[in-house]
Design a protein around this ligand. Structure first.
Ligand SMILES: [Fe+2]
Ligand SMILES: [Fe+2]
Length: 285
C-alpha cells in the first residue's frame, strides 16, 4: 500500500534526476568483472571535467598514495574498479546537488557534512568488523540520505513543510516526512538508486538505513550505515535534518556486536578521519 502510494507520487515527478550517461556507463562497466581498466578509462575520459576530478580525488590525502597518480588508467589500476566507481558517482551527485544552491528550506552544507561523516564512520565501523570492502561501506554511508536531496529538489514546497514541522515539533525528519507526505527519504532514495541501477547493496543500504533487518542479505551493510548515522548525529557532525539521535535498531546492534569501548574509540577516530576527508576530497566544497 505504502509502496503504491510512493510510486504514484514519484510518477508525478516527470523530471526525477537522471545520472549523466558517462556516469551510468562507468557504473555498468565497473560492475562487469570482465571489463578492462582500458575500457573504464575510455568511458571516464569522455568527460574531461570528470576525469580531472577522478585524478584529483585519487591524489588526495584521503587516499594517501605516496606517489602522484598522473593518468586515469594508473588511477584505475591503483584504486580498483569499486573505488573509481564510487569517486565518479560521488563527484557527479555533488555536481547534481551542490551544497550551495537556491535552497530555501534545507541546509545542504550541513547535509553534505553529515553525509561525509557517515561515509567515513561507516568505513571505520566496517574496518573494526574486519570487512574487506571498505569502499562499499564509505559510499553507502555517504549516499544514505540521497532521498533528502531528491525531495528538496523535486518536492521542494512539501519538503519545506517537513523541515518546518521538524523544527516546530522537534521530531525526527523521517517521522515528519511520513506524517506529511506518507513517504520518507529512505524510500525515495531507494527508488532513485534503483532507477540509476546502482549496485544492489548500495540500493539496500539507502532504502533500509532506518530499518536494516528489512535489507535481508544486505542487512550488515545497512546496519553499519544505520549505526554510523546515529553516531554522527550523537556528536553533532553536520546536519542530519533534525537535532535528534534516533534509537538504534536492536537486531542491528546485536548483529554488529560492538562494545561500548569500541564505540568510544570510534568517536575519537571519527573526528580525525572526517577532518581529513573534509579538507582533502575535491568534491567537498
Ligand atoms: Fe535517514
Ligand atoms: Fe542520515
Amino acid at each position: 500500500m505504502k509502496q503504491a502510494k510512493l510510486e504514484r507520487r514519484l510518477a508525478k515527478v516527470h523530471d526525477l534526476p537522471t545520472l549523466p550517461v558517462v556516469v551510468n556507463n562507468v557504473i555498468q562497466i565497473t560492475q562487469n568483472p570482465k571489463s578492462s581498466a582500458l575500457e573504464v578509462g575510455r568511458a571516464i575520459s569522455y568527460d574531461q571535467a570528470l576525469a580531472t576530478k577522478v585524478l584529483k580525488t585519487a591524489n588526495s590525502a584521503f587516499y594517501g598514495f605516496p606517489r602522484k597518480i598522473t593518468t586515469i588508467t594508473h588511477a584505475i589500476v591503483i584504486l580498483g574498479f569499486a573505488n573509481i566507481r564510487n569517486i565518479v558517482l560521488t563527484a557527479s551527485i555533488f555536481d547534481m546537488f551542490p551544497s550551495k544552491g537556491k535552497n530555501k528550506y534545507f541546509d545542504r552544507e550541513g547535509f553534505w557534512k553529515h553525509s561525509l561523516a557517515c561515509g567515513v564512520t561507516s568505513k571505520l565501523i566496517a574496518k573494526r568488523l574486519g570487512i574487506k570492502n571498505l569502499e562499499e561501506a564509505f559510499i553507502c554511508g555517504l549516499l544514505h540520505d540521497l532521498g533528502k536531496l531528491v525531495m528538496d529538489t523535486h518536492f521542494n514546497e512539501d519538503f519545506g513543510r517537513v523541515v518546518r514541522l521538524v523544527k516546530e515539533k522537534e521530531i525526527l525528519i523521517r517521522d515528519a516526512e511520513q506524517q506529511l507526505l506518507g513517504i520518507d527519504h529512505a524510500a525515495v532514495g531507494g527508488v532513485v538508486a534503483d532507477k540509476w541501477n546502482l549496485p544492489p547493496a548500495l540500493i539496500k543500504a539507502i532504502r533500509f538505513h532506518h530499518n536494516p533487518p528489512l535489507a535481508n542479505e544486505s542487512m550488515r551493510i545497512a546496519a553499519i550505515v544505520h549505526l554510523a548515522d546515529a553516531l554522527c548525529r550523537a556528536i553533532g557532525m553536520g546536519n542530519g535534518g533534525d537535532g535528534k539521535v534516533p534509537c538504534i535498531n536492536e537486531e542491528s546492534w546485536e548483529l554488529l556486536n560492538l562494545n561500548k569501548q569500541t564505540i568510544k574509540r570510534l568517536f575519537s577516530e571519527m573526528e580525525e578521519e572526517v577532518a581529513t576527508a573534509d579538507t582533502s576530497l575535491p568534491f567537498v566544497k
